[in-house]
Ligand binder design. Structure first.
Ligand code: 1DF
Ligand code: MN
Length: 355
């Protein structure tokens, strides 16, 4: 098949729609809250390094990203048209409400969800929304999941990795998992900037961001959730991780071997026996998107590990708005049936999209 010209939507000719599943937005009101947080002298260094940069840098990249993040209408739709993206699955950008104090985080998550639901109502064939929650208050987060599903017609949840250094492997957060499982909605575990107690050796060499630090920390978080026994407690719970599974597929063999060895030797109180191997949970409880990784060998390897029904397309707009990557993905040597699963059908199933 001929490469798709990048400047028009030709999805029907390709035989599939392109659904991008890790796309970001930022309400201007959230940026106002961020500006106040960034003005504090003891502001979190990871947050300052990430949003402090994007919100103040005069660089073309930062200016472009800030403009695109705040738009849920013409700019975004034009970029989608130019890249051939039929639909974006949109989430509140990292770190979302997770850097805010508890009360602000709870109330702002509702406002952000209402705004996103409005945008989806304006563009129902182009946008799908994810529910933002405040893990700072697990009970309220569970209620917001229920409201998102029943009142806003959203069928997935976004959580930006750790919350001020705390991980969802801690059972105090498990009301969130119970709600997601009960409402049959997946949780997208998206990266956050590195927590205070982890960032120094990454930041001093400039590797704390999306280049490497994000993947290390989010992969760790997903692994903590697995080894804490979350999927033995909530067997139907589904999570989504981006960036080709934050490299966890490549670790699968070693994780299985060393987890078994660690359990057998009673080395750590925290490493308890699980019902299954770590890689079994990757196969049964995770979907993986290729956000940031437009690389055919990595996509095929991940498909071979967890199955073609569990690997989804994502662009990571506006952070990685790269039209040539869409062309590269169209041109993968893959059966038409599997490519349609990757670009369209898996996303329709996971996010309950009715087109
Ligand atoms: C960056 C990358 C920022 C991703 C993001 O949200 C983000 C970046 C603040 O490049 O700084 O979602 N990403 O997922 O790769
Ligand atoms: Mn992202």
């Amino acid at each position: 098949m001929e490469p798709t010209p990048p400047t028009s939507r030709l999805s029907n000719q390709m035989g599939y729609q392109r659904i991008a599943t890790e796309e970001a937005f930022a309400p201007p009101e959230m940026l106002d809250i961020y500006r106040k947080l960034l003005a504090h002298s003891d502001v979190d260094p990871g947050f300052k390094g990430l949003m402090g940069f994007y919100m103040s840098s005069p660089s073309a990249r930062a200016q472009h990203i800030m403009r695109c993040l705040q738009d849920l209408d013409q700019i975004r739709l034009q970029h989608m048209d130019e890249a051939g993206i039929d639909r974006q699955v949109i989430a509140l950008t990292a770190p979302g409400v997770q850097v805010m104090d508890k009360a602000t985080a709870v109330s702002f998550s509702r406002l952000a969800n209402d705004q996103l639901a409005e945008a989806v109502r304006r563009h129902p064939t182009r946008f799908t929304g994810m529910i933002a929650v405040a893990p700072q208050d697990p009970g309220e987060a569970a209620k917001e999941i229920e409201r998102g599903v029943t009142k806003l017609a959203m069928n997935s949840v976004i959580i930006n990795s750790h919350t001020q250094g705390e991980y969802l492997s801690d059972s105090k957060f498990w009301d969130i998992f119970a709600a997601a499982e009960a409402h049959d909605v997946p949780i997208y575990l998206h990266p956050n900037s590195l927590p205070r107690n982890m960032i120094q050796p990454f930041q001093e060499c400039g590797l704390d961001g999306a280049i490497y630090g994000f993947g290390v920390e989010t992969g760790l978080h997903a692994l903590r959730i697995i080894t804490a026994g979350v999927f033995d407690r909530f067997p139907k719970l589904q999570m989504i991780i981006g960036h080709m599974g934050e490299a966890l597929p490549f670790w699968a063999y070693r994780l299985d071997y060393m987890h078994r060895a660690t359990v057998a030797s009673n080395r750590y109180e925290s490493v308890k026996p699980l019902k299954k191997k770590p890689s079994d949970y990757l196969r049964e409880n995770f979907y993986i998107t290729n956000s940031g990784v437009a690389w055919e060998p990595a996509i095929k390897f991940t498909q071979s590990l967890i199955g073609v029904d569990r690997v989804l397309y994502a662009m990571d707009y506006p952070y990685q708005y790269a039209v040539e990557e869409v062309v590269a993905m169209d041109n993968m040597q893959m059966s038409a049936q599997d490519k349609k699963k990757f670009f369209q059908s898996n996303a329709e199933a996971v996010f309950k999209i009715k087109s």
